[in-house]
Write a protein that binds this ligand. Structure first.
Ligand code: UTP
Length: 298
């Protein structure tokens, strides 16, 4: 029987330079989409997929992230006494059980592959694990990682979330070279990080959800820097394709927002704001009447 995926790694040690100066003191993952920090969307998605062990790869300046998952007795008591049960429920949802969450430091931002490798000692040696990048927020009926875990129960091996991107965006992603296309699932014969369009094997791009095997982690032991001078997770997955041919892409159902970029974050804010019953009407009216406020941008 296949082992279940119960552990997820959240690499959150990046510098978040695209959001400077905000990220000078606020971790990117704490920035709020409507009223929840980005990281909460990822945690909720992980829980829905059956994840019970959460590993954060953090770095200097990410203390607010650790505080966010702590219990906050004073606030909880106050809300309880005032009978604010709904707010209390929201607050309690953010708490993590003691021991369910572990933090490991990446001392230098050497790339996503290196960040994942930093968690190696906290993983079981014989179980697949998930990697979730919280700046990819995915709106879907069935949470993306849950879709993947269900598909992975059939395929085993390594699985990456994938979506078709237009030609002018291909060079911003890891791109799959498809062996067999079975619809939602594709088997993969190669993977290239940020290829120029003329060298891209397809338009099927990898986004920030992965289910990986311990063998793929072991490739990171020997990894040298790749594209952009960083240690790339893509290179370790490509090495595993060569070794075992046991890598699949999964075309998830849903809409992905790149909240690591300013435009993507703003799009997500509008989409998630309009999806909320308590905000829709007022927000929609505002958007339909609005004129750009030049001075607000300066
Ligand atoms: P990004 O490529 O978005 O980099 O990382 P970044 O540093 O977060 O942001 P910019 O580009 O400077 O604005 C993708 C994911 O990988 C993590 C990031 O925290 C983010 O979740 N990461 C990246 C690490 O944990 N360590 C690294 O060395 C690099």
């Amino acid at each position: 029987m296949r082992k279940k995926v119960t552990t997820a790694i959240f690499p959150v040690a990046g510098l978040g330079t695209r959001f400077l100066p905000a990220t000078k003191s606020i971790p990117k993952e704490i920035m709020t989409l409507v009223d929840r920090p980005l990281i909460q969307y990822a945690i909720d998605e992980a829980r829905a997929a059956g994840i019970t062990e959460f590993i954060f790869v953090t770095s200097r300046g990410k203390g607010a992230l650790e505080d966010y998952f702590d219990h906050s007795p004073q606030l909880e008591d106050t809300l309880r006494q005032k009978g604010k049960d709904e707010l209390l429920g929201k607050l309690l949802d953010t708490n993590m059980d003691s021991g369910a969450i572990a933090y490991v430091r990446q001392h230098k931002a050497l790339g996503l592959g290196h960040a994942v490798w930093c968690a190696r000692r906290l993983l079981a040696s014989d179980e697949p694990f998930a990697v979730m990048l919280p700046d990819d927020v995915i709106a879907s009926d069935t949470p993306c990682l849950q879709q993947m875990v269900e598909a992975h129960a059939e395929t085993g091996g390594n699985m990456v979330a994938a979506m078709e991107v237009p030609d002018d965006k291909v060079s911003s992603y890891g791109v799959l070279d498809i062996k067999d296309d079975m619809g939602s699932v594709v088997s993969v014969k190669g993977m290239v990080e940020k290829p120029p369009l003329d060298q891209a094997p397809s338009n099927l791009a990898v986004i920030g959800r992965y289910i990986l095997t311990p063998e793929t982690m072991s490739h990171l032991d020997q990894m040298k820097t790749g594209a952009g001078g960083e240690i790339q997770l893509t290179d370790a997955i490509a090495a595993e394709i060569n070794r075992s041919e046991n890598v699949y892409g999964y075309r998830f159902k849903g809409q992905r927002f790149d909240c690591g970029s300013k435009a993507g974050f703003l799009q997500a804010t509008v989409a998630f704001g309009l999806a909320r019953d308590d905000l829709r009407e007022e927000f929609q009216n505002y958007l339909s009447d609005m004129m750009p406020v030049r001075s607000a941008a300066q």
